[in-house]
Design a protein around this ligand. Sequence first.
Ligand SMILES: [Zn+2]
Length: 154
Amino acid sequence: MALREIVTEGYESLSKISKPVTSFDPRLELLIKDMKDTLVKADGLGLAAPQIGVLRRVIIIVDGETDQLVALVNPEIVSASGSQNANEGCLSIPGVWGRTERPAEVTVKAQDAQGEWFELTRTGITAVCLCHEIDHLNGILFREHVIEYLEDRD
Ligand SMILES: [Zn+2]
């Protein structure tokens, strides 16, 4: 098990656009494994590679339907519908919570660790999480979606 350091707001990788993954090799598998370990240890719902300083299009989410960790490589939102309010936080912005507006349902297309494409359609907090983590790959933090900041919950 290898934990990586989660960088916080102000660190440059959080404001950059990550590059697509083109090699589905042992190095990618190791990155995914480390990200899963790091996410579990941090007790979060999702983690994007730039949060550990790696500018590659890889995210890990906790899938609310199965309770399993899912790795999504080169994820793209292919459709989004409806809207919902969420109370969001971010492992890279500790102690800050805000009410956001996000789609109610999203369908995401992504590759797995072997490069196979798959699709995931999710609602609720998992839809929020997919949007939040994919934003990280484009250098966007959840602050850009905050309607109202909530009181410190830490
Ligand atoms: Zn985040």
